[in-house]
Write a protein that binds this ligand. Structure first.
Ligand code: ATP
Ligand code: MG
Length: 393
């Protein structure tokens, strides 16, 4: 059984100084986990590079995709190995190019040599020239183009051997999952919150989710949509635990007892309180939302101040200064966009006021809220949670 080789490069993990071994160990675990679906797959560190080997029956694109989805991975390249002998390198490189001619019809190329092992007798620029000349002799259809080649071939001579590779497929970068605390995302079925969760997880945070619905005003299908979004995110983060809460009893109390234009804000304050309680119970240290300054009435600066006032826990809003078009682009990139735009109702839209207050004053909101038994409502909501554990599909 033959195996294909992949080089996995880490991004910021390399900058971690004294903590580097810790980050490297976790990153290796995450990559091993990502390829554990393949029999006999292996991953190890070798002098600062991660080497992954997977049986050659598995399409390379699939392996690259899996590895590049691991947070902390900067780039991935399918590669071949050669001994540390320039003729042998030339031979392996020529075979590699022959395959590319057959598969992709490439016509022009350029070789970039690199000598990490300074005991190797040939310097970096020379490696490129010599290997290029051998390829030209063997692959008659090819010519060199240093400015705009169809294929740039990298020859990396290192202590343990030589790696030859072509594409560097970009990963998401960031830091390995599990190296930066635990956070609770308030997850709607919209475009923003999945992106917010992704961005925090990319910085190493383990994510749990809380979703509010207004059943039977919102349908089970609307919740299924949120589960589908979590399943996409789980492809990056592993299993996601989602806490589901029916907000309807609270919404009804607000609608019956408080000014209409404050409804959305009052609902949001309850969401934050409940999320904080569930976060504490599950050892999460932060709340995360997909709020974006000025996007809607409940996300003006004044509204955010009023929303934040009910919780002690820090609230992360990774999208706060982004434009909606950029958030949408990110959602497309991570694969949540198509699900997010499915037209199912959200609990926030169930009792939407005609003219929501955009510049709320905290004392007014607190006065309106004094008509409600806040603690009892929050406790009942927390006690009624249903938990769904979502795995990648
Ligand atoms: P999104 O695309 O995330 O739904 P949005 O533009 O619809 O955002 P809002 O509905 O005002 O904005 O919600 C702002 C944030 O509040 C969301 O990003 C999310 O973090 C949280 N949120 C809204 N609705 C829910 C819900 N039903 N369950 C949990 N959190 C929610
Ligand atoms: Mg929403």
């Amino acid at each position: 059984m033959k195996k294909n080789l992949y080089i996995v490069r880490c991004g910021e993990v390399a900058l971690k100084g004294m903590n580097r071994p810790y980050f490297e160990r976790i990153l290796l675990e995450r990559v091993k986990n990502a390829i554990s679906c393949y029999e006999n797959a292996e991953a190890c560190w070798k002098n600062g590079l991660m080497l992954v080997r997977v049986e050659d029956s598995i399409p390379m694109k699939e392996v690259v995709k899996r590895c590049s989805k691991v947070f902390g991975v900067a780039s991935v390249s399918p590669a071949v190995e050669a001994p540390k002998d320039i003729d042998a390198i030339g031979k392996v490189a020529s075979d590699f190019m022959m395959k590319l001619i057959e598969e992709e019809g490439i016509k022009t190329f350029k070789v970039k040599g690199k000598r990490a092992d300074k005991n190797f007798p040939i310097q970096s620029p020379e490696i490129g020239k010599i290997v290029g000349a051998i390829i030209l002799k063997t692959c008659k259809v090819l010519s060199v183009d240093v400015h705009n080649p169809d294929c740039e071939l990298f020859v990396d001579v290192r202590h343990e051997g030589t790696y030859i590779f072509r594409d560097k497929i970009k990963g998401f970068g960031g830091l390995p999952l599990g190296t930066n605390g635990r956070g609770m995302i308030l997850m709607s079925g919209g475009i923003d919150s999945p992106v917010a969760a992704f961005m925090m997880a990319k910085r190493g945070m383990t994510i749990e989710a809380v979703h509010f619905h207004s059943y039977p005003y919102t349908s089970p299908r609307a919740q299924k949509k949120v589960e589908d979004l979590c399943a996409v995110l789980a492809g990056y983060m592993g299993t996601i635990k989602m806490h589901c809460i029916n907000l309807l009893p609270i919404q009804e109390q607000i609608v019956q007892n408080c000014p209409e234009d404050e409804t959305t804000l009052l609902v949001r304050r309850f969401m934050m309180r409940i999320a904080e309680q569930i976060a504490i119970k599950n050892n999460n240290m932060m709340l995360i939302t997909g709020e974006d300054l000025g996007q809607v009435a409940s996300q003006t600066a004044e509204a955010l101040v009023v929303t934040d006032a009910v919780v002690k826990m820090p609230v992360m809003r990774p999208l706060i200064a982004m434009d909606k078009v950029d958030i949408m682009e990110k959602a497309q990139e991570i694969g949540t966009y198509e699900i997010s735009i499915q037209p199912y109702e959200d609990c926030c839209t169930v009792f939407l006021p005609k003219h929501p207050c955009t510049k709320p004053k905290l004392e007014n909101i607190e006065r309106s809220e004094s008509a409600l038994d806040v603690q009892t409502l929050v406790d009942a909501a927390v006690a009624s949670e249903e938990i769904v554990v979502i795995k990648p599909r």
